[in-house]
Design a binder for this molecule. Sequence first.
Ligand code: NAI
Ligand code: MG
Length: 484
Amino acid sequence: MASDTDEIRGAKLLIGDTWREASEGPAFSSVNPADEKVLASIAHASPADVDAAVEAATQALRSKEWGQMKPSARGRLLTRIGDLILSNREELARLDCLDAGKPYTSVFHGDVPAAADAFHYFAGLPTTILGETYPSDGTHLAYTLREPVGVVAAIIPWNFPLLMAAWKIAPALATGNTVVLKPAEQTSLSALRLAELCLEAGVPAGALNVVTGLGHTTGAALVRHPGIQMVAFTGSTSVGYEIQRVAAEHFAQVTLELGGKSPHLIFADADLEAATSAAAQGIFFNCGEVCTAGSRLLVQESVYDQVVERLVESTSKLVPSNPLDPDCRLGPLISNEHLERVVQCIEQGQSEGAELLIGGDRPAGEGFFLNPTIFGRVDNNSSIAREEIFGPVLCVIPFVDEADALAIANDTWSGLAAGVWTRDIQRAHRMVRNLQAGTVWVNTYNAFNAMVPYGGIKRSGLGRELSGHAVEHYTQLKSVWFGL
Ligand code: NAI
Ligand code: MG
């Protein structure tokens, strides 16, 4: 596969149905993390551009084309977007591969079909959004209407660029809202291509707008804009906190999908081969740049040595390589800044006395690559076990029994996901009840589907994405009373 990037154009903003340059200021560059070369120049939307995008989104809410579109027509529109994603599968996979350094094969087989699936799933929703009629004493009739919230600001991260755009746009449009999307500054290209496909599918002017830019400029201008009624955010816990604080100033609703330090538990009675392979996948998939990464592997003491030996053995065969290579399973990290931060975490782990079992160093050559890294017998109170590293760095922690496992697993600020491997069904059910997490996987890890709700507790977030429950966030109830 050629790696030249001639076909990648300089990007513009989508406001209403027109592609525009940013109104002021210099553009910024998007870099290919695998070769450190500039891929494209990205428009930096100013506060005035954000105003224009919010205005276009506000107008579209009231427009005949969008505001009065039949629910079934909205469903067909979403189906067409999903179909267009699939028919442009290679191009979209290539964009995320080059822009984010994600392995082409995993984007092609994972992110792109999952993005299409989000649109195909939510295509079925518009005709099922119902209000309720209330029991009456004959003097009144009371019922509810479920209405769109309004203009949704969607702010997304760089680890699953196309998929995160789909997870925000599909439910927001299914429920009749309009969207202003701000992609992550590192990875704008697939979101811009998706927006083109949405226009091609027939999304009316203003229903979807895209403002590219940095977080503290464009993102901040969008969140504080009084014309937005909701912020749907995925990213770091610290920015999530800030977004909630700013959105509260004008009473915009928020959904937050934030970070994690997810525990992945292996009991001695588990299928150890399957569990060990899932443990490696759980941390090294997408180079560990996954909010649900199983970054704390808790292993029962009686099988600890056996599991660690298998894990180190399989990890020694996991060599970072060019993400365009169809066999690549581990690409580079997103940026040099991020790589430096991850390396710092590793150094801190070593200085705190954790046992470095493999990795910790970088392969020679260009690109933000890091060798997969495993620390053994980690203290759950040490910094590497507490902070979200967001890289290919695993902490293995031994435990004695079920009570010990639960105490360690739940002793964290995060509550996004947890995994358990055991063949004892009663224990599995006890763990499901007692693990503090929005998602618990039993004898599997990182399973996702647009039909199933997804989100966190504790400092991992607010609200649930995907599934029919997304309707609760993206709509509001209007109560209507008739005197009879
Ligand atoms: P981030 O949270 O800064 O960025 C996510 C999005 O928020 C980007 O689109 C960014 O432009 C935007 N943003 C940043 N500051 C903003 C502000 N003040 N107002 C509005 N929007 C703003 O994440 P970043 O800096 O790229 O990564 C830092 C760490 O965050 C990672 O190392 C990782 O620990 C965590 N992270 C977690 C993700 C998740 O999926 N839960 C995804 C990305 C990062
Ligand atoms: Mg990039």
